[in-house]
Write a protein that binds this ligand. Structure first.
Ligand code: SF4
Length: 511
């Protein structure tokens, strides 16, 4: 997706070309208003003049008129059912007849878009995001994967009633667990109702660096391995071009291949401690990190068929390897998932381990992890592209990164950051790096850096603090979901965020 201002034709065209040249197959461009939607025509014409016929998608949030204009120009429009027509007005209780009326209003407002899309052969993506569900859906289902699915499905039923089938669906969340669950539910629901529409996959607000790649691979890759997903977007708070090599690697490795889920299951070694107590009772944590040798991060040290606790008791725990047929009935609180990556190319390590553990731990919050990494150090590895960042991390450090990204165990502050788009009017990437630098040590705190006040506050969901773009060069700071410091200059905003965290009693000095 581009992040240039959509009204800046040259900047957007240049960015689309860079993305296409890197191997991107479809480019999404934000169209928040009518002017931006109209300018898609100039962007498209410029691209054609330069020899680029790449399919374009318009990203619409609140404005049906913008959708109707964009649908005449681009190949697909993405609408968010949570805020497309059913505006939130603070209403909590909805009667059956009010729900029916709300759905009739949706149908009324969607009808012109459907007619335009039919005429211009334009596809529609019904793109649901965790954190931006309508209050009507929230009052019925809460902010849940079930609510996400229902939010999309009522649009699907309406659109289907208009005999329109050029549809794609997506269920996105910053939490890979919610995203995975929503997609699995969506598939079940579509099959139940006899719909077979393609699915677009993505983990939103994943942030940047290894953490973002792990979250994306865990969500997207583990669904691709199950045979789910037709298009993907890896969303990074980095130069948009960086999204492409990692996404291509995910598709090349996991897309449209049979038997991958079974392969992950059979290539994993399952160990169960022979004790009636849980791993947590010995290691002090729900998801202990097991290692072959003692490191700062290891909770249990393995040798032959025993694990040694690292606390002063130095207790020996005996474990046994489970047969594949026994795994389903094993107690997850006593199970350790072991993966051997010694033969994996160093630059594939992040992607492979994230998909494997994303898959293995998607249905449980328990379980220890134990992994071995390639012997080749990053210095020796020849990194051909930026598709996967080779890692110098020790196996235990990688284990902690995986557990953090999978939302299971927090060893530092948790960050969510949107990838930015044409709505972003401040230096989001630089700000995000500064925020991380100052606050990464605040273990257990969740901090969001979001590009705009239109979608940012809703989509940063359960963040403790938010740093949200409020206009050109301006930022508003949130505590929970309340704006508390409004419209400050971005130069002063990171320090102001630190002050706010201190005032909130959530600050501690870094080690
Ligand atoms: S939250 Fe970020 S990506 Fe989403 S609309 Fe706002 S600026 Fe764009």
């Amino acid at each position: 997706m581009t992040n240039a201002d959509t009204l800046d034709t040259k900047a957007t065209v240049d960015q689309v070309i860079r993305l296409a040249d890197t191997g991107c197959d479809i480019v999404r461009i934000t169209a928040p208003g009518i002017k931006e939607a109209e300018n898609l025509s100039n962007i498209k014409n410029e691209l054609i003049k330069k020899g680029y016929q790449i399919p374009l998608v318009a990203d619409i949030h609140f404005n049906p008129k913008a959708a109707n204009i964009a649908a005449q120009i681009v190949d697909k429009v993405r609408i968010n059912p949570g805020n497309y027509v059913d505006r939130n007005r603070g209403k909590i209780d909805w009667s059956v007849s009010e729900i029916k009326e709300a759905q009739e209003r949706i149908a009324e407002r969607l009808y012109p878009l459907i007619e335009i899309c039919k005429k211009h052969n334009t596809a529609i993506r019904i793109g649901t995001n965790h954190g931006s569900l309508s209050e009507r859906i929230l009052s019925m289902y809460g902010n849940t994967p079930e609510g996400m699915v229902e939010s999309a499905m009522e649009f699907v039923r309406i659109v289907h009633g208009f005999d329109f089938h050029n549809l794609v669906l997506s269920m996105k969340a910053s939490n890979y667990r919610a995203m995975t669950r929503a997609n699995l539910l969506l598939v079940d629901k579509m099959i139940d109702e006899g719909f077979y529409y393609p699915i677009h996959l993505g983990v939103t607000e994943a942030g940047n660096g290894d953490e973002a790649r792990i979250k994306s691979a865990a969500g997207i890759g583990s669904l691709l391995a199950r045979g789910i997903g037709d298009t993907i977007r890896v969303s990074l708070a980095e130069d948009p071009v960086n999204e492409i090599p990692f996404g291509k690697k995910l598709v090349d490795t996991y897309g449209r291949k049979k038997g991958l889920a079974e392969q992950i299951l059979t290539e994993t070694t399952y160990l169960e401690i022979e004790s009636n107590e849980s791993l947590k009772s010995f290691s002090g944590v729900r998801n202990p990190v097991v290692a072959d040798e003692k490191t700062d991060e290891a909770d249990l040290i393995a040798s032959k068929n025993t694990l040694q606790t690292i606390d002063s008791k130095n207790k020996q725990l005996y474990f046994k390897e489970l047969l594949a047929t026994e795994v389903e009935n094993a107690n997850p609180e006593r199970t350790i998932f072991k993966r051997d990556y010694s033969d994996v190319q160093p630059d594939d390590l992040i992607l492979r381990s994230a998909v494997d553990f994303g898959f293995l731990l998607s249905e449980t919050i328990h379980g220890g992890i134990w992994l071995t990494v390639p012997a080749t150090s990053v210095a020796d590895a020849e990194i051909q592209d930026k598709s996967v960042r080779a890692t110098e991390v020790a196996p235990t450090e990688l284990s902690l990164k995986l557990l953090q990204a999978l939302g299971l165990r927090y060893s530092k502050a948790e960050f969510v950051a949107c990838p930015s788009c044409g709505r972003t009017k401040f230096h989001l990437f630089e700000s995000f790096e500064k925020v991380k630098e100052k606050t990464a040590h605040l273990k257990g705190l969740k901090i969001a850096v979001m590009g705009c006040v239109v979608n940012g506050p809703g989509e940063m969901a359960d963040a403790d603090y938010g740093y949200v773009g409020a206009g050109p060069g301006k930022v508003t700071l949130y505590k929970n979901r309340e704006p508390v410091v409004k419209n400050i200059d971005e130069e002063k905003a990171v320090d102001a965020l630190v002050d706010l965290i201190k005032e909130g009693g959530d600050w501690s000095q870094s080690k």
